[in-house]
Design a protein. Sequence first.
Length: 343
Amino acid sequence: MRISHLLSRLAVSARSFATRSAAAATLAGAVAVALIAPPAHADDHVSLLTSWYAQAEHGGFYQAVATGIYKKYGLDVTIRMGGPQVNGMQLLAGGQADFLLGYDFQVLSGVEAGIPVTTVAAAFQYDPQGMMTHADVTSLAGLKNKTILVAGSGRTTWWPWLKAKYGYTEAQARPYTFNLQPFFADPNVAMQAYPSSETFQAEQAHANAHFFLFADDGYPPYNTTIVTMRDTVKNRPDVVARFVKASMEGWKSYLNDPAPGNALIKKDNPQMSDAQLAYGVAQLKKLKLVTGGDAATQGIGTMTDARWKKTFDYMVDARLLKPATDYHAAYTLQFIQNAKVMP
């Protein structure tokens, strides 16, 4: 009986040892896998505030959401529409957005006012702003005897440049109220225009109109820039770098096949028609707003010191900016130089 009891206890001990050994082996295996595989992290959530209602000019950013490009770079991106009553710079500075689709003049004026913002990429190599005229006008120089419709924002951006370059006068300017009827009714009226908006409406109305892009005559600023706070650049440089690269990949994808991005644009802005989106994409390609200029050789979104200096010089000459403003604080090239998303 003693021998039987002893054998029984040995059997139990053996089973216990085997169980502990198996558990230890399982634990060791789990540790090994954990050391080999990178830990799973939730995507970094960031928000982007656009400059206007959703449209083709924002297509690359919507495309990066729609096709999973942002997800590929570990980003969970929410896009919020801007509009005429939205103060994007104020919302950005107040922490209500991580990134803003901005404009060089806006950022330089912010820097002058002491707002710590900076530009990290420029989706558009040129400002899409231009002039729509009737068919008798063959260049921007041919507007001396015309009435020119100018919105309030134009007074502090392109209008001083146009006046200085071509000798136009304040007497020619009239307010632009975003109504095209004065243009349709009077052959002596010219008006500010965007290539995907007013020109589309003119085409729909079968008006024989010309469009002149200011950038073709030397107007210097970039447009549809990615703007963020300097603290974001300092404290979250990896997020900024990934957002910039993914956004530029979004633009490359959008110009190749805009359907996914357009579906999200229409979801945010149901007033945007398929016809206007198609027209807008065609204009982006025709004018090479994304792929032209330095982007052709340096990558989509690129910026240069020389271009920022030209914009700064113009603003100072036009008395739109104080000469003492540190324009270098308005941008950084560190992220876009490493993105290298070629057209």
